[in-house]
Design a protein around this ligand. Structure first.
Ligand SMILES: CC(C)(COP(=O)(O)OP(=O)(O)OC[C@H]1O[C@@H](n2cnc3c(N)ncnc32)[C@H](O)[C@@H]1OP(=O)(O)O)[C@@H](O)C(=O)NCCC(=O)NCCS
Length: 175
């Protein structure tokens, strides 16, 4: 795939979910960014996407040269009703496609869509405090670090921190 080919972000459709499942499985099996340990099936991924859409939230895919190169979605931050204006994001770029702006393109669109949908805060819980790519991507688009939860995960035989980051969506509303 040409690393300079343009990246297009669009709503993910059911037929994208096999490629999305393959990207996510890679990170579940090989990386500390996800705290899952068993890759969910494509059917489970479809069901998770359906729940995101049911909440009126975006589930996006990034395409280049006709192939899925990344995906992102927003989900409820927590289920209790007073949290209903706050969303949490997830972003995964295909192995080999990182560092060429795919994550930025996905997160910019996700922020705009959530702001337009009336949500007021977006948080991200970055798995692994040494995840420089995710921390940098989020800082670059206006997220602030609000804390570190130390050793709340245990994966691949080691304790893992999470970094909590937050961005208001209010400045984006109406744009
Ligand atoms: C984190 C991730 C989504 C970033 O997406 P990406 O497409 O690689 O990032 P981009 O090319 O859009 O770069 C965005 C910014 O992050 C910076 N960046 C990207 N990777 C980086 C790295 N490994 N180290 C430091 N900075 C990095 C870029 O320089 C750019 O900074 P700028 O805005 O100041 O120019 C992607 O690398 C990924 O999928 N990682 C594995 C899964 C993961 O950790 N997901 C996040 C879960 S919280």
């Amino acid at each position: 795939m040409n690393p300079n080919s343009p990246v297009e972000v669009m709503d993910a459709e059911a037929h994208h979910m096999a490629a999305i499942q393959s990207i996510y499985s890679h990170y579940v099996l090989n990386d500390l960014c996800s705290f899952e340990e068993e890759p969910p099936t494509a059917i489970e991924m479809l069901s998770r996407r359906a729940e995101v859409l049911r909440l009126g939230l975006p589930y996006l895919v990034a395409m280049a040269d006709g192939r899925v190169v990344g995906y992102a979605y927003a989900d409820a931050y927590r289920s209790r009703p007073a949290y209903r204006h706050t969303v949490e994001n997830s972003i995964y770029v295909a192995p080999g496609q990182q560092g060429r702006g795919v994550g930025r393109a996905l997160l910019e669109t996700l922020l705009a869509r959530c702001a337009a949908g009336g949500f007021s805060q977006m948080v991200v819980i970055v798995g692994n405090s040494t995840n420089a790519g995710s921390i940098r991507l989020h800082e670059s688009l206006g997220f602030e670090r609000v804390g570190v939860l130390r050793q709340v995960g245990f994966k691949f035989g080691q304790w893992v921190d999470t970094v909590l980051m937050q961005r208001s969506l209010r400045d984006l509303a109406g744009k």
